[in-house]
Design a binder for this molecule. Sequence first.
Ligand SMILES: Nc1nc2c(c(=O)[nH]1)N[C@H]1C(S)=C(S)[C@@H](COP(=O)(O)OP(=O)(O)OC[C@H]3O[C@@H](n4cnc5c(=O)[nH]c(N)nc54)[C@H](O)[C@@H]3O)O[C@H]1N2
Ligand SMILES: Nc1nc2c(c(=O)[nH]1)N[C@H]1C(S)=C(S)[C@@H](COP(=O)(O)OP(=O)(O)OC[C@H]3O[C@@H](n4cnc5c(=O)[nH]c(N)nc54)[C@H](O)[C@@H]3O)O[C@H]1N2
Ligand SMILES: [Mo]
Length: 761
Amino acid sequence: MSSKPPQHDVDESALEVSTPKTWAAGIPGVLVSLDRAVEQMGVGRTVKTLRLLNQREGFDCPGCAWPEPQGHRKMAEFCENGAKAVAEEATKRRITTAFFAEHSIESLRTKTDYWLGQQGRLTEPMVLKPGATHYTPISWDAAFTMIADELNALSSPDEAIFYTSGRTSNEAAFLYQLLVRSFGTNNLPDCSNMCHESSGSALNQTIGIGKGSVSIKDFDLADLIVVVGQNPGTNHPRMLSALEDAKKNGAKIIAVNPLPEAGLMRFKNPQNVAGVVGRGTALCDEFVQIKVGGDQALFQAIGHLLLEWDKVDRDFINAKTHGFDAYAAHVKELDWDAVLTATGLTREQITRVAGMFVDSKRTIACWAMGLTQHKHSVPTIQEVVNVMFLRGMIGKPGAGLCPVRGHSNVQGDRTMGIYEKMPEKFLLALENEFSISVPRKHGFDTVDAINAMRHGRGKVFIAMGGNFVSATPDTPVTEKALEQCSLTVHVSTKLNRSHVVHGRTALILPALGRTESDVQHSGEQFVTVEDSMSVVHRSRGRLKPASDQLLSEVSIVCRLARKTLGSSHPVAWEQFEKDYDIIREHISRVVPGCTDYNTRVRQPDGFVLPHPPRDSQEFATATGKANFTASPMTVIEVPEGRLVMQTLRSHDQYNTTIYGLDDRYRGVKDGRRVVFVNPDDIKQLGFRDGQMVNIVSEWKDDPTGVVERRAESFRIVSYSTARGCVATYFPEANPLIPLDSKADTSGTPTSKSVIVRLEQA
Ligand SMILES: Nc1nc2c(c(=O)[nH]1)N[C@H]1C(S)=C(S)[C@@H](COP(=O)(O)OP(=O)(O)OC[C@H]3O[C@@H](n4cnc5c(=O)[nH]c(N)nc54)[C@H](O)[C@@H]3O)O[C@H]1N2
Ligand SMILES: Nc1nc2c(c(=O)[nH]1)N[C@H]1C(S)=C(S)[C@@H](COP(=O)(O)OP(=O)(O)OC[C@H]3O[C@@H](n4cnc5c(=O)[nH]c(N)nc54)[C@H](O)[C@@H]3O)O[C@H]1N2
Ligand SMILES: [Mo]
């Protein structure tokens, strides 16, 4: 039995606020996951689906990119939010032709992403013809012809933009970039541009590879784990088990966050007795309630203290690093006043934290969006790296750098070539493998792509998954950019706002999801994915597809390629979809580290991609060493009466997919338009808890001066957040983020630092 999709949309007047929780998971987590699963899938399908989640013979969770344990896997290797992610995809609800006949585009545009997503799985290709009021069915063949004609009519391949979200399998991603580059452009923006791009930029320069250096086993060996700018209780709940095990082995945990997130404080593991009936495990030993954007200052101060105390690893520094003297000279001159202003912390606490680094022989530093989405994100991450270098904490057991990825295959997609500026070595290998020539000019990243569409330089937009208009900044600007396209195409599993904010013509192409079986000419196929720790493994869905009209992403790319590139194109596109082993043969010859791919992905736990700093303390940087960096300290300037706003995820959403309206740990229910404000700021600004306000962001748009952006009707929620720092949910607050407010070097939108003021609504 499964419930009907909701007819009514979110009613913000029903919003309820209660006391935030001080612990995560436990029995409520299990109950919510079962409840949501049964509501969407019914009992039989729930049992079948959750049994296969993250098992060797099953499918990779479409939730986060946290790795599965190697060797023994528990029966239920999933978490509450993994179960919700699966329920969202394996739902029994369906969107049919009748739905589109009933709902005009005009009416669908008034709905929230929550309502749109809750309607169920997309089941057949649909087209919105120029000037039409409703989507209508179209055959796959006609859809591919339409796209091919539009693409081939462009005056340059660079007028087409090919976006990728992070769920696409390695096989589909590899073929997609091959299609795009064969067509003649590197316009391959992806969700990573808005996510961990800053980590990639920071790490490439300092360690020579844009990926984390730890494996899951290192968590058992570490004696200090620092979790900076990350909310694992919601976004990587299986990480809590790793943290719990680490604690049992004696590790200490430091959490650096403007908010006391429940999952950082205490974990009740539902898989053991203490978690069910007891108080669970206290996780963080030191909670560092930092101001938004203050992390760079904090880590400079830690570096300063380590040097002052002479508690650094001279052997590592001398043998393996470059730039130490310049860095040491720079942090020696530390301005403590600036540090205290930027961080909002006391000198005592910073000293205590630095002491914990000194006491640790094996330290892991984890981070996520709290570090990557600021103007000074790249130097901030590099400051964390500096401190880890000082202590020699890379390339040894129990220690290392751990950027915790978001989408389940975002890291794999990059490995497979989804990148607007892929290195020459990869492009050359691609050319040699397929006897083609591919362009060298760098393509658009996400923000560039929006600017190109806005100014008429981008005309066809194709998305392999994702929800571009809701995930990107400056919503009204982005929407207008998309509307200027001649064609917008979305390969999707669920309905979202990007389908209803469209180009002159729009197509929805429904794809198989992770949970579904993928049967092709040579039989049932599996795909491969890469987790946050560079482990590549198989994923195989078993459920009957949501509709017999769905195509796999691999099939969609192959058929589109044949139409677009013509039958004389040297790549044997028709072979790939018959047997995915053939794709993997090519991957093994083109993608570094993937030799013998077909054999190695068939090993029970897959295989681990090479990572020179992790494996042998080798650093393929410009200097051949691990590079220290010396960067000026950034203190975010906040004018009088203004606040710094960060946007974050509730416990009941997956990016723009809103599972439900219960941000359980923060105590916010049945509504999402809230702004979390420190009680002292509420008082000082003359507001009161519960009051309705409009949020106005202020951005100096050269040369025109200050530009205001406005989002209306948010309820103030008095909350423990660092002074001067407020938080709202993504994507509701995206209209407030200026398109051109982005991180230096990486170009990531500054979703975690926007200057705003509140106005009475
Ligand atoms: N259930 C679920 N799982 C997910 C996702 C989801 O939406 N739902 N999304 C997936 C994706 S794509 C990603 S990228 C990850 C995101 O995972 P997270 O990065 O954990 O996600 P956010 O909600 O953006 O939370 C960022 C955290 O950083 C803190 N923060 C904000 N600004 C600062 C700062 O300046 N300094 C510090 N130290 N902390 C700061 C916030 O208070 C918050 O706790 O999760 C992935 N997993
Ligand atoms: N303000 C603000 N903005 C942000 C962020 C933030 O923290 N604050 N975070 C940023 C981050 S970290 C990220 S990663 C981006 C996310 O940006 P996106 O990846 O573009 O967005 P999602 O919401 O994850 O995409 C959801 C859609 O993907 C489709 N989908 C789901 N599974 C599949 C599948 O298997 N195949 C296909 N083809 N389609 C599928 C469904 O149709 C669903 O509606 O948002 C960014 N935007
Ligand atoms: Mo992400």
